[in-house]
Design a protein around this ligand. Structure first.
Ligand code: PNS
Length: 160
């Protein structure tokens, strides 16, 4: 028996590290819903494109779906019948933040969080770094999936 788990994030933009975590979560749990956070207060560099870029980046992965996610994570999970969240863990700062969120989410609704160690190849990679390099015109094609490389080439992002 499999039960769908949630891999949530901002994905601004999705990186090779995210895809690796999504694939490995799918291998362990069978089915993954990727929840792309939509926060009206946030200025995303890739704006509306984020969801489509996530969709294209995981379209070859069987058992993986993508959905927009707004409001509280626990409410989103309840509405979808999801009881477990899987998140990637890189280093200490991630752990400190993830532990706080995991406890809050568990306290709010009993939602469980599984932290999956990032692969060695991606352990220092982040969307923040990718955005930073991109804003100065650097080449991030080794760090993001093909659809993001294409979107950058087509200038489908809100940069200079
Ligand atoms: O990629 P990110 O920015 O780390 O993703 C953050 C995300 C979307 C997973 C997080 O902001 C989130 O869970 N947002 C939903 C709002 C919520 O439930 N906040 C309380 C968390 S304890």
């Amino acid at each position: 028996m499999t039960s769908q788990v949630l891999c949530p994030g901002s994905f601004d933009p999705i990186t090779n590290g995210h895809v690796d975590i999504i694939r490995r979560a799918r291998d362990v749990f069978g089915e993954v819903l990727v929840g792309v956070g939509v926060n009206q207060q946030k200025n995303y560099l890739f704006g509306e494109q984020r969801i489509e870029l996530v969709r294209r980046s995981v379209e070859d992965l069987d058992g993986v779906e993508v959905a927009e996610m707004d409001g509280l994570l626990v409410d989103f999970c309840r509405s979808r019948g999801i009881s477990t969240v899987v998140k990637g863990l890189r280093f200490g700062a991630d752990f400190d933040f993830e532990l706080q969120m995991a406890h809050m989410n568990h306290g709010l609704s009993g939602l469980e969080t599984i932290l999956l160690p990032a692969s060695a190849d991606h352990v220092t990679l982040s969307s923040t770094l990718v955005r930073s390099v991109l804003q100065f015109g650097g080449d991030v094609s080794n760090y993001v999936p093909g659809p993001v490389v294409d979107a950058i080439a087509d200038r489908l992002w809100q940069g200079p």
